[in-house]
Design a binder for this molecule. Sequence first.
Ligand code: DAH
Length: 338
Amino acid sequence: MALDKAQIEQELAKALSAISQAADLDALKQIKIDFVGDKSPLAKANQALGSLEATQRAEFGKLIGQARASVNSAFELKSNDLSDKRDLVALQTEKVDVSLPVRRVLKGGLHPLTILTNEIADLFIGIGYNIAEGPELESEWLNFDALNIPADHPARTMQDTFFIEPIEAKLVLRTHTSPVQIRTMLNQKPPIYVICPGKTYRADELDATHTPVFHQVEGLVIDENITMADLKGTLDYFAKSIFGKNVQTRLRPSFFPFTEPSAEVDIFFNGRWIEWGGCGMVNEKVLIACGVDTKKYSGFAFGMGLERTLMVKHGITDMHDIVEGDVRFTQSFGVGIK
Ligand code: DAH
């Protein structure tokens, strides 16, 4: 490439004029390619210096160097100027008026049953228990037979139990969390300290006190020298943690096929005795069915309804409030995220 002073000055003038006329940063990007970058005429002229002889190289080198320096600095100034302008526009258009009234964003809340379940899990984990789980679709054998509930027991009739087709599969929606006791004993050796909170099902109509899908928490302890005093002490701790330290518990003789002796546990809360759940010493037949050495070990179990616990604790009188999922009900318990 032949170099020519006038042409270099012309290229310089073109570059400076393009830069000064750039309307925005996008235009400047193209200008950078056309007039500043490696493919610009001045850069090419610079590359051509190598083919000149020494004296000319010095003269043109200076000329081109100065031209490129002034293009670069003009470009720099313009670029700063245009970004300042862009920032200013952004600041003005994106201005937030902090005096405007806020729009309320409705936050969801944990369902009170979830809060209660977490609370119960925490208070038992705090005394060394584990959480056990089992499926909601359960074998009839685990839901009934292994718990010493015979085939002609009223709990097994169509009214109470959701049987799953085909009937020969002998599957039910678990009617209580007690089958998790069996699963736990079959799967681990004593000492066993577990609670099992979970969903349970019975063929009831939804009304003020019933719901076909409800929740229970089961407790099971198998260890050496476990007596009913341990059961009573544990229920006391459970009740006081949930209902407050002034609450009292009372055991009333009762019957469950899987415990012997069996009892109902009542709590004295807000001035009256209220039935809370069932409990007892695990029936020897159940222990034997699960392969527990009954000479060495004994145990207790208990089971409560969580909806019932919630209703008693908070004075809720209608089950519909618990199952309908109206966020206003849930929110009255706080968001529950600790
Ligand atoms: N499974 C019983 C029910 O659903 C509740 C129950 C009673 C559980 C006594 C127990 C227990 O573990 O020992 O009605």
